[in-house]
Design a protein around this ligand. Structure first.
Ligand SMILES: NC(=O)c1ccc[n+]([C@@H]2O[C@H](COP(=O)([O-])OP(=O)(O)OC[C@H]3O[C@@H](n4cnc5c(N)ncnc54)[C@H](OP(=O)(O)O)[C@@H]3O)[C@@H](O)[C@H]2O)c1
Length: 222
């Protein structure tokens, strides 16, 4: 598959790019608001992968460039910019493109991280409302700690909740998650369930912040 990671220069974008390039044959494209930043990130990922004896070709370009014709795009940008970015690239998406969102709106307070959803109930639902026709939005990867996932030596042993109404697209994203060694996709329901999934991230961050030796927490269902 052609997977475009918009905002692929950032933390979760890097983690997913490295892992997909390491464990799969998918064709990865790194998107950014600026070509230079995308090119530099792509170079960094290729260099990291070369240290693991993986010769990867990772494309790069502006978010618009890489989204055009992609089978799936990941909106790997801060939550409050995800809808604007989706609207910006909407005209270059082809019918059938899957939009994957890992984004979670939250606030940091003295008492811990607090989930801060839009009035639709979740960011995933908001993006689904904003998506062009024949483009499905699937929520996934919200609880993955980017630093640990980007460390190709790390044993992950983590689950990721996957939510969405289009069951075919949902299955594709579960497949993409399961192809990363150490990650298991868990069906967490339709879009209406996305708020519950997104709310797990501030919970993990609060626990990590308050508990020794619990950095980079993920979720594992047993
Ligand atoms: N970090 C994690 O561990 C983690 C884990 C799971 C989910 N998430 C979610 O994934 C999303 C990205 O997180 P992150 O930590 O990777 O974020 P990040 O590193 O802070 O930012 C990712 C990229 O977003 C782009 N960006 C910044 N401001 C933007 C704007 N105004 N419009 C469009 N693009 C903008 C930047 O790319 P350019 O400057 O190159 O355009 C940046 O490199 C968030 O919504 C977060 O909730 C994060």
């Amino acid at each position: 598959m052609d997977i475009a990671i918009l905002g692929g220069t950032g933390d979760i974008g890097a983690a997913l790019a490295l892992r997909w390039a390491y464990h799969t044959d998918h064709h990865i494209r790194i998107g950014s608001r600026t070509e230079e930043k995308a090119a530099a990130a792509s170079d960094r990922y290729v260099t990291t992968l070369a240290d693991y004896d993986v010769s990867a070709s990772i494309d790069w370009g502006t978010n618009d460039d890489v989204a055009a014709g992609a089978d799936a795009i990941v909106l790997a940008v801060p939550p409050y910019h995800a809808r604007g970015l989706l609207e910006t690239v909407a005209s270059v998406l082809t019918p059938g493109t899957i939009v994957i969102t890992p984004a979670v709106g939250m606030k940091r307070t003295d008492a811990g991280f607090v989930y801060n959803p839009p009035s639709t109930g979740s960011l995933t639902e908001l993006l689904a409302q904003s998506a062009p026709d024949k483009v499905s939005v699937i929520g996934a990867f919200h609880t993955l700690p980017a630093g640990r996932v980007a460390d190709l030596d790390a044993d992950l042993g983590m689950d990721t909740f996957v939510v969405g109404d289009d069951r075919e697209a949902h299955a594709v994203v579960c497949g993409l998650a399961n192809e990363i060694e150490g990650i298991r996709a868990v069906d967490a329901g339709g879009l209406v369930c996305a708020g519950a999934v997104e709310a797990c991230t501030p919970l993990l961050l609060t626990v990590a912040q308050r508990t020794e030796k619990m950095n980079d927490l993920g979720v594992r269902l047993v």
